[in-house]
Design a protein. Structure first.
Length: 275
């Protein structure tokens, strides 16, 4: 346990370029996850995040087999999956079955691609993340994704919030429900794809859902939920990386642990405030 407080070793590692790149990438991913999370929770899309992350893994596995960028393959896989989820699963009651069907098929393909590629260790890295090997190209990809997500979300936020909170009235007033569903699903797919590269397909929800779920326990205000969600996601992302340095633990483990602890605290505080 003493390794956690080895500040000299932590400071030394933080001076390394590859760690700084990983820190910035995680901070950007935390920002994106914090911004998207409250809307994901409001639209009951937690399973869609899991599905997009798993199919990002399929796209990355295909890229390994075909010999092109794993990041690009992951983005293509996640975006295609998210677009299908958004188009076919516009209604909440249809969404889970559509995601389950598409995800099962996609995961089967991913296993096939990894088998043909012949290196199981690489596939395991896609499931658990490779934050210390983000590199300059990976950081650029995360930065571009963050810029796109923030710009598009700013344009569609008001009608998307309306459609999420009162879909019947939004439909009656002419809000393009299916288009908004597809666009938002693609944003989620982009974020999930970058999350897969950094913390892995199995752990993406720790930044895209858990901070928002925690924020929802403290306030019903959409704006305050977004602000708290971003703060919680950044604490989990940046804090997880910094704490992992000295003891040389997997970053993803600490990111998910911090995120879960924040949720438990917010849940307890919220229950006490209501009682």
């Amino acid at each position: 346990m003493g390794d956690f407080w080895n500040f000299s070793q932590t400071a030394d590692l933080l001076s390394r370029t590859f760690v700084q790149q990983s820190l910035v990438a995680l901070a950007l991913l935390g920002l994106v996850g914090g911004l998207l999370g409250p809307m994901i929770v409001a639209r009951q899309m937690s399973f869609a995040v899991h599905g997009a992350a798993e199919l990002s893994f399929t796209g990355a596995a295909a890229a390994l087999l075909l010999g092109f960028s794993v990041n690009l393959g992951g983005v293509i896989g996640a975006v295609l999956a998210a677009a299908v989820f958004g188009w076919l699963g516009n209604r909440a009651r249809e969404r889970d079955s559509v995601i389950g069907v598409v995800m099962a098929f996609g995961l089967g393909l991913g296993v096939l691609f990894l088998h043909l590629y012949g290196r199981a260790g690489t596939g395991f890295a896609l499931l658990t993340g490779q934050v210390v090997s983000v590199g300059k190209s990976g950081l650029v990809a995360v930065a571009i994704t963050a810029a796109v997500v923030i710009a598009v979300l700013a344009l569609i936020y008001r009608p998307l919030l309306f459609a999420s909170l009162d879909p019947r009235v939004a439909t009656a007033t002419g809000v393009p429900m299916r288009l908004l569903s597809v666009v938002f699903a693609i944003l989620v797919g982009l974020a999930a794809a970058q999350g897969v590269q950094i913390i892995g397909a199995l752990l993406v929800m720790s930044l895209l859902i858990t901070p928002a779920a925690a924020a929802g326990r403290l306030t019903a205000s959409p704006l305050r939920q977004v602000m708290l969600s971003v703060v919680f996601a950044e604490i989990a992302a940046v804090g997880g990386l910094i704490l992992s340095l000295a003891p040389e633990l997997p970053v993803s483990v600490l990111v998910t642990t911090i995120s879960f602890i924040i949720y438990l605290i917010c849940r307890a505080v919220g229950m006490r405030a209501r009682s």
